[in-house]
Each structure stands twice: as C-alpha cells, then as structure tokens.
Design a protein around this ligand. Structure first.
Ligand code: SAM
Length: 277
C-alpha cells in the first residue's frame, strides 16, 4: 500500500515513516510513502499557500486564514488525483482511480476500527493535511472522497491526524504485524481488550491474576472474555449497546454479560489486589 501525504510540514509525518515498525514495513516493501510539500506548488515568489476567507462584512473580517485552492489542487494532481466533473459530484464513481483522497478535518466522519479496515483494502491513500482554518470547500468538492476526524477536538493542523489514521491502517496490512496480535484487540468485535500482564509475577505487592499462571487454556479464554465485557461495560457501554442492537455479540458473550449484569459476575481468578502477609 502507498500513502501520499500532502502537507505544509512534511517533517512531521516523516518522523513516523522513518521509525520503528513502519520503517521496517517500508524497508520490506510492504508500505511505500510519498511526502508532498504543498508549498512546492505555490507559484508566487513568496510561496504563499493561504489567504483570507470570504464572508467578511463591512467593518469586520472573518477570522483566520484558509489554504489556497490552487497550490493544493496542483499538489493533488501531482499524485494522480483527478477532479470530479463540475456538477457531477454526487454521481462520480471512483472507478479506475487508484487513490482514495482523505481530508482530515474535525468536521469529518469519525475514525473507527471499521473505517480503518475499509481503508486498509485500498491500494493508495492520499491525505490532505489542513492548516489555519482549513481548506477551500471547492477542493473538497472536486477531489476529496472522505472527510475524516480523529476526535471531537480541534488541533492546529492535520499532520498528526493523518499520521494517526495511517498508523491505524497500515498495521492491518498483511505482513506488517502478526495476525494473532490483531485478534481480540479492542474494537475487533465490539469489546475492548482484556488486561495484560508481564513479568515480574508480583509488582509492588500486586500479583498477576492466578488464572494467567494456570496454563489452562479454556479458563484463561473465559477469564479474558469476562474482563473484556467488564471493561467495556465500565468505560464504553455504548459499544455493548451497539453490538447488541446489531446482533453481533456471540451467545457466550451475551450469557456472560447477563451474569455480570445480574451480579453473578464474581471472578475467582482475579487477584489484582495487594499480596497478603
Ligand atoms: N476551522 C476548522 C473547524 O472549525 O473545523 C478547524 C481547522 S484546524 C485549526 C486546522 C486543521 O487541523 C484542519 O484543517 C484539519 O486538517 C486539522 N485538524 C484539526 N483537528 C482535527 C481533528 N480532530 N481531526 C482531523 N483533523 C483535524
């Protein structure tokens, strides 16, 4: 898969592409990336990429600046993005176009694991990183396939948002990390992940839950499921409601959930409390 990132600050995503698991995936040829500096497409001698937004009324200006459509559209076309036919926005299929163009914006649809899985099926993703007050609507109308937000807050620019999405997507690509690591991860089936422990067995007086030392596969599996349900109920009950409504909870999960809700959820195997004596 190839990621194109269109930005005024390529050094921000570059650090990510050159580090850790991503750097290895690039070395192994599983991932390719292309950082495009939008400023390279500005044609005045100051390399201007922003201007005042329209809409001011006499005596007062619209606050902030907006990214100019010209340099940005040229940057988009440099990676192969094709503008929609004017007037044909709704009907235009992406057919034949290898890239899916994403504008990261707080007013986009939320990034979810399901969206990441969908994006991971693409051959090429193009990210447009906004700055200032964002980008001209006509660039969105002409080139953008998805507007995606990483959360209900406003950051000063889009590079970190694009990097968050890329990080979420690339680890789903075959060969980047092991399949087992992706199983039972948070959100993989409507539940959050179970708690995990490593050595030492006793840390600052707290023991690893006994069941995890038992070597008993079935007991461990059931304990993990229970912990996933408990955690999800405690911090994200909305996820359980959604999974219930869509009928995607397994029979076992439903049964365990009812036990926990009815107060029969005591967990004899969790000793996550101070050592006695
Ligand atoms: N005027 C915009 C608004 O109110 O929605 C905010 C612009 S923000 C200061 C500048 C840029 O940061 C945006 O164009 C976008 O690319 C990026 N950005 C900020 N918060 C984001 C978020 N939660 N998700 C995705 N991108 C974000």
């Amino acid at each position: 898969m190839k990621f194109h990132v269109l930005t005024l600050f390529p050094e921000i995503p570059r650090a990510f592409f050159e580090s850790s698991i991503m750097a290895k995936a690039v070395d192994r040829g599983i991932i390719a990336y292309n950082l495009v500096n939008i400023r390279d497409f500005a044609y005045d001698r100051h390399k201007t990429c922003d201007d005042k937004p329209y809409g001011g009324v006499l005596g007062s200006k619209v606050p902030g600046m907006l990214m100019l459509p010209d340099p940005l559209s040229l940057a988009l076309e440099s990676v192969g993005a094709v503008p929609r036919e004017i007037g044909g926005q709704e009907a235009r299929p992406r057919g034949g176009k290898p890239q899916r163009v994403i504008y990261v914006t707080p007013s986009g649809k939320p990034l979810t694991q399901a969206l990441a899985q969908d994006l991971a099926r693409e051959e090429e993703l193009v990210f447009v990183c906004g700055r200032y007050e964002g980008i001209d609507q006509r660039v969105i109308d002409l080139y953008v396939d998805d507007e995606v937000s990483i959360g209900d807050y406003v950051m000063s620019s889009g590079e970190l948002a694009a990097t968050v999405i890329i990080d979420t997507v690339y680890r789903l690509i075959e060969g980047v990390i092991s399949r087992e690591s992706l199983e039972e991860e948070s959100f993989s089936d409507g539940l959050l992940e179970y708690p995990q422990y490593t050595r030492p067995e006793i840390f600052r007086g707290l023991r690893v839950p006994e069941v995890l030392l038992s070597g008993h596969h079935e007991l461990i599996r059931r304990w993990r499921l229970r912990k996933r349900i408990e955690k999800t109920l405690a911090v994200r009950p909305d996820l359980i409601e959604k999974a219930r409504a869509s009928g995607s909870l397994s029979k076992e999960t439903e049964k365990t959930l009812k036990e926990i809700e009815n107060g029969n959820g005591s967990d004899p195997h969790h000793r996550g409390r101070p050592e006695e004596g």
